[in-house]
Design a protein around this ligand. Structure first.
Ligand code: ACO
Length: 432
């Protein structure tokens, strides 16, 4: 059979069906293997494991392709906005004019957070990390919308449109609020006549007697940053969202778990790590050459942050777009940033260095996003929060796929146990 694979273990043979995706990606379907054999497949970190079938995002890491619902990221970055792209990612099609207006209206109607929820912020210490607050608050949203968080997917899906709009709209309000609280500043309520990004910037930076006005360059830059992060296939946080959703958990709980997964420096926290690295290089009077040498020698803490990707082994198409946008934005704002010069030098040096070439290490989206966010005025502690705002549509779309799958099973990988073999309990007074 052309569309099956033969697996031989010892003297026994097993026929495995194959699956082919829309773009020709191929997979061995090992689901039935367990019934016939005691073998499981071993793939630590799931580097070569398809955990689901999905219709949201396509990535070809070798060719540097990223498409949301079939649309190339380059076209969306040029012509679309974050809100329109969020609609596309969640609902599968670009919205008509009416649909886009209705979606925007739903976002506007849901921008405020419940007044009682504001008290929750006050309990946090001033230096609490906004990612901890964000994930707790997104999970807490479920308490304010019990009809949408029943943990019965069929009933939660009946309120999906509203729950999705609540999550996308309020994640931005909660993010801005957590920042204001950390600064000891009063919360700024959202304004209904502002667009999604402008409203976020208003809630972050306006003062009671001085309204922040986002320049077109800044709001375009923020739209781009969020749009480029809107989804990215089965990465660590999205897989976490699906994993949690597979147990039947509601949208708020599942996306809150995604925020936690995104926090770490190897995932969403990389943009923070990039800026810290660039500042460290700058403070040491290095142009990046010494840092590259240390990274190649594996010196602890000297990994070239913002470089490398589990999937892209050619280039990250988002990095190309954002690298150029970062240059344009700094130019149009008339800003200079020594970190940008170091970043450029690091990129050039690494792209011509055997170590990085051999390992197919290229800049990823986070290499330049931090410099852009810094130019907008977003503080370092908020960088990963910004990524969470951007990734929310992808998490929602993936939650929906899990929740809508009538044949869905709970995600439950297996393991190879390497601990002690069976042994008998020893009472405490007999232990040596
Ligand atoms: N700098 C220097 N060397 C690196 C880097 C790097 N950034 N990334 C990988 N390598 C080296 C590894 O040391 C390893 O070398 P070896 O073969 O000699 O042992 C080889 O390249 C393969 O690296 P792995 O860690 O196995 O690659 P993996 O696919 O597991 O990790 C990851 C990918 C986590 C992104 C990694 O490249 C990394 O840590 N990059 C820096 C952090 C970063 O930018 N993360 C953001 C990812 S994008 C996102 O989440 C939006």
């Amino acid at each position: 059979m052309a569309d099956s694979a033969l697996l031989r273990i010892g003297k026994k043979e097993y026929t495995l069906p194959t699956l082919v995706g829309t773009e020709g990606e191929q997979a061995l379907d090992i689901r039935a293997l367990r019934k016939e054999s005691s073998h499981i497949t071993y793939d630590e970190g799931y580097g070569n494991t398809g955990s689901c079938e999905s219709k949201v995002t396509f990535i070809d890491g070798e060719k540097g392709i990223l498409r949301y619902r079939g649309y190339p990221i380059e076209q969306l970055a040029e012509h679309s906005s974050f809100v329109e792209t969020a609609y596309l990612v969640i609902y599968g099609e670009l919205p008509t004019k009416e649909q886009r207006a209705r979606f925007s209206q739903l976002l506007r109607d849901n921008a405020n957070i419940h007044e009682r929820m504001l008290h929750l912020f006050e309990g946090y210490p001033r230096d609490a990390h906004p990612m901890a607050i964000l994930s707790a608050m997104i999970n807490s949203l479920g308490c304010y919308y019990p009809q949408m968080s029943t943990n019965d997917h069929r009933s939660d899906l009946e309120h999906f449109d509203e729950a999705a709009a609540i999550t996308i709209s309020k994640v931005r309000t909660i993010a801005a609020c957590s920042y204001r609280m950390s600064q000891g500043l009063p919360m700024m309520y959202p304004k209904h006549d502002l667009g999604y990004c402008e409203n976020f910037l208003h809630m972050m930076f306006s003062e009671p007697y001085h309204e922040y006005q986002a320049s077109p360059e800044v709001s375009r830059a923020l739209n781009l940053i969020l749009l480029l992060h809107a989804d990215h296939e089965q990465n660590c946080s999205t897989s976490t969202v699906r994993m949690v959703a597979s147990s039947g958990a509601n949208l708020f709980a599942s996306t809150a778990a995604g925020i936690c997964a995104l926090w770490g420096p190897l995932h969403g926290g990389a943009n923070v790590a990039v800026i810290r690295m660039l500042e460290e290089i700058h403070a040491a009077g290095d142009d990046g050459s010494r840092f590259i040498r240390d990274a190649k020698e594996g010196v602890a803490g000297k990994r070239l942050m913002g470089f490398g990707h589990r999937v892209y082994k050619n280039y990250d198409p988002r990095a190309k777009i954002i690298g150029k946008a970062c240059e344009d934005m700094l130019k149009s704002l008339g800003r200079e940033d020594p970190c940008l010069d170091i970043a450029r030098h690091l990129e050039e040096a690494a792209l011509n260095d055997e170590y990085f070439i051999e390992r197919k290490l290229y800049p990823n989206v986070d290499f330049y996003s931090g410099i852009m966010m810094r130019a907008i005025g977003i503080p370092l502690t908020m960088f990963t929060v910004m990524f969470s705002i951007g990734r929310m549509p992808g998490w929602i779309a993936n939650w929906k796929e899990v929740a809508s799958n009538p044949k869905g099973r709970i995600y439950r990988p297996r393991q190879i146990y390497q601990g002690p073999a069976k042994r008998d309990y020893v009472p405490v007074d007999q232990r040596g």
